[in-house]
Structures are given as C-alpha cells and as structure tokens.
Ligand binder design. Structure first.
Ligand SMILES: [Ca+2]
Length: 201
C-alpha cells in the first residue's frame, strides 16, 4: 500500500513539474540600422537548452504591430547567441532587402518555448535613403513623358498613392508648390535633354 501511495505521489509530482515549467520570454532593447546592417539586442529569460530564435521583420503602416506581417525580412531559425545572463546581439544583413522610405519597420523575434514574440521598431539609417532624381516622378530611373503625365495627374487629382519621395521629384521649378508648370518643365526636359531644372542650376 505504501508503495502505491509513493508511486501515485511521484506521478502527481511529475505532472505538477511538467505543468509548472516556466515559459521562456524575450525582451528586445534596440534595433538599429547602419547602412543596411541591423543590430538587434535583447535578453531571453529562462532560455531552454539549445535556445533558438526566429527573426522576422516587416513594414507596418499603422501603430498596430500585432498583425499584417508580410515577413519580407526573414532570418529563419537561428541558434541564440546568448551570454550567461541571456543577453544577445544579432547582426542582420539587409543589403538584399528593399526598404521603402515611407514605411516604418519592425523586427519581431520569437523562438523555442517563447509564447509571445517580442516586437521592436527599427531605427532606420536615413543616410541610405535613395537620392531623389529631379523629374523622375515614377522613380524608374529615367525622365520620360510618363513622369510629366504623373505630375499632371497629381496636380489635377491629388493621386493618393503618390509618395513624399515622388512629390520631391516633382519639385523641378524651384518652387515648393507643385502645379501644371512642374509637368511642363519635366516635358521640356524630355524634349530637350540640355534643359536644366532651376534647382540644379
Ligand atoms: Ca521616370
């Protein structure tokens, strides 16, 4: 009888242990880009043996970071380089990832035994933002009649998908206000390549 009680006690003790194994948690302290290299630092509490991390990142258009991930930055499942306090520093190479200047990016990291991944805003390196070519409104690298047409559409209809970068490319007259003149200046450049936009004189 004693043996049976002992076995039952051990059995329940084991169940209790398995239930109370604490979940691993993760906190991100910084995510900073420097010339397309991102350094993320954070700390993992109660890591498991062979702790792994799953790193993803994406642009967000709202302050709601909980959904709408399209995972255009994905670093797969990596061994967590943890020090004895659970701290880690990851270096992510984004040189092959197109980063849109109009978006805010977040880095999200989960991993083994981590129930809720941590999310942090990426501090962008503005020095790597693409340089605006005056007159290239559709940002395809060439100044053509399409750019003049797009400028005219913007003047007439205030096209909603035009970005700040594109508006900057429209400002070819030396004025900060975009009018039909801007489209005319761009068309002038298309017809006469020697024409120099006033801001470039
Ligand atoms: Ca163009």
């Amino acid at each position: 009888m004693k043996n049976i009680i002992f076995i039952i006690t051990v059995f329940f003790a084991l169940i209790l242990c398995s239930v109370t194994v604490s979940a691993t948690s993760i906190t991100l302290t910084s995510a900073v880009e420097d010339n397309k290299i991102v350094t993320v630092s954070g700390i993992v509490s109660d890591p498991v043996a062979d702790q792994r991390l799953v790193v993803t990142g994406c642009p967000v258009l709202s302050t709601d970071w909980s959904n709408n991930y399209d995972y255009n930055i994905y670093f797969n499942n990596i061994a967590a380089p943890l020090d004895e306090d659970g701290r880690f520093i990851l270096t992510l190479d984004l040189s092959n990832v197109h980063l849109n200047d109009d978006y805010v990016y977040v880095i999200r990291i989960g991993g083994s035994n981590i129930n809720s991944p941590a999310v942090i805003g990426l501090e962008r390196d503005q020095s790597t933002d693409s340089v605006v070519v005056l007159g290239d409104v559709n940002l395809n690298g060439y100044i053509t009649a399409d750019d003049a047409a797009l400028t005219m559409q913007y003047v007439l209809y205030g096209v909603s998908y035009i970005t700040d970068e594109q508006i900057a490319a429209m400002k070819v007259t030396g004025s900060d206000i975009v009018t039909a003149d801007n489209a005319a200046y761009i068309m002038n450049k298309v017809l006469d390549r020697s024409f120099v936009f006033p801001p470039e004189e």
